[in-house]
Design a protein around this ligand. Structure first.
Ligand code: A3D
Length: 317
């Protein structure tokens, strides 16, 4: 049986976990690329040796050779630095722009029909950069953040109410950072509005915990940042694309007037299918949610603008 090819760039925590999940779920043949010699090769070999035990049929290969990008249906970009305690996602901007920009050009050259799923932080700005440097059509460059942020919120609510996380529906939009926007009035648990189940102050606390979910994990791990839930979230996007699911998920998309925003990438609900983003879904927002989304968009725009001032790696300041 031939499976579609998915390339994962960056064989670190998120990349390797994504690669393994893609194989375990039988979704793809996976190519793992990293600049560190032996890292992707060693991890791919290790994962491949779980195939007889797990019963998956896909192949996993690791390499430092960019030619391996060819014929990828989807390329997941996880290459770059992760946060350390005390760092914000924006602290990563210059370093990761010098990694993601050239990678986007390599993807365009090596796999011109691929769909790019960006994971590297600061997420929204890196999506804009990948879009610009790949010159791909906008539906084919998508960022992963909203599924993760929403999953964090769904998890803390489920823990508080002692119910199954999948019974909680909640969406976080906006930028992946301090300005993410939780749609609190539309959170439901087993179909019932959360606003009827918990006092407003407690809902606020749960939302704050979810928003700071990444930092909470960074401070516990001390080296590196979260990777299991981020990888699951990226894989859900890849699955929606490979299996043409037409499913609505919160993802980072380039906007052209939706929600009254344009010239910016930000987290919004979007329908994903084999072509990438089929359409951005405009949900009714409360006035404060809409203004929070606009404020987040301003911050992302400032980040996109600052890309112009970044010196290429190795250049003199
Ligand atoms: P880490 O485990 O350090 O892995 C990064 C890998 O990228 C390393 O193996 C590097 O060798 C590799 N790399 C660096 N430069 C290149 C290059 N030019 N080409 C190929 N590989 C390269 O980090 P991680 O996996 O924990 O995190 C990866 C990125 O994802 C970071 O920027 C994180 O901040 C980000 N991240 C985002 C989310 C979101 O929700 C958006 C969640 C978790 C992590």
């Amino acid at each position: 049986m031939s499976l579609p090819r998915v390339t994962v760039i960056g064989a670190g925590q998120v990349g390797a976990t994504t690669a393994h999940l893609l194989a375990l779920k039988g979704l793809a043949d996976v190519v793992l690329i990293d600049v560190v010699d032996g890292l992707a090769q060693g991890k791919a070999l290790d994962m491949m040796q779980s195939a007889p035990v797990e019963g998956f049929v896909g192949r996993l290969t690791g390499t430092t050779d960019w030619a391996a990008l060819a014929d990828s249906r989807v390329v997941v970009v996880t290459a770059g630095l992760a946060r350390k305690p005390g760092m914000s996602r924006d602290d990563l901007l210059a370093a990761n722009a010098n990694i993601v920009g050239p990678i986007a050009e390599r993807i365009a050259a090596g796999s011109p029909k691929a769909i790019i799923v960006v994971v590297t932080n600061p997420l929204d700005v890196m999506v804009a950069l990948a879009l610009r440097r790949s010159k791909f059509p906008k539906p084919r460059v998508i960022g992963m953040a909203g599924i993760l942020d929403s999953a964090r919120l769904r998890t803390v609510i489920a823990q508080r109410l002692d119910t199954a996380p999948s019974a909680v529906q909640a969406m976080i939009l906006g930028s992946h950072g301090d300005m993410m926007v939780a749609l609190r009035s539309s959170i439901t648990v087993n179909g019932k509005p959360l606003t009827g189940l918990l006092p407003a102050a407690e809902i606020t606390q749960l939302i704050d915990r979810a928003k700071n979910g990444g930092a909470e994990i960074v401070s516990l791990l001390k080296t590196g940042s979260a990777f299991y839930a981020p990888a699951s979230s990226a894989v859900q996007m890849v699955d929606a694309i490979l299996n043409d699911r037409h499913v609505v998920l919160p993802v980072c998309a380039w906007l052209e007037g939706e929600y009254g925003l344009r010239d910016v990438c930000i987290g919004v609900p979007a329908q994903l299918s084999a072509q990438g983003i089929e359409r951005v879904v405009e949900m009714p927002l409360a006035a404060e949610e809409r203004s929070a989304l606009h404020a987040a968009a301003e911050q992302v725009k400032a980040g996109i603008k600052s890309l112009a001032n970044i010196q290429p790696a190795g250049a003199r300041a």
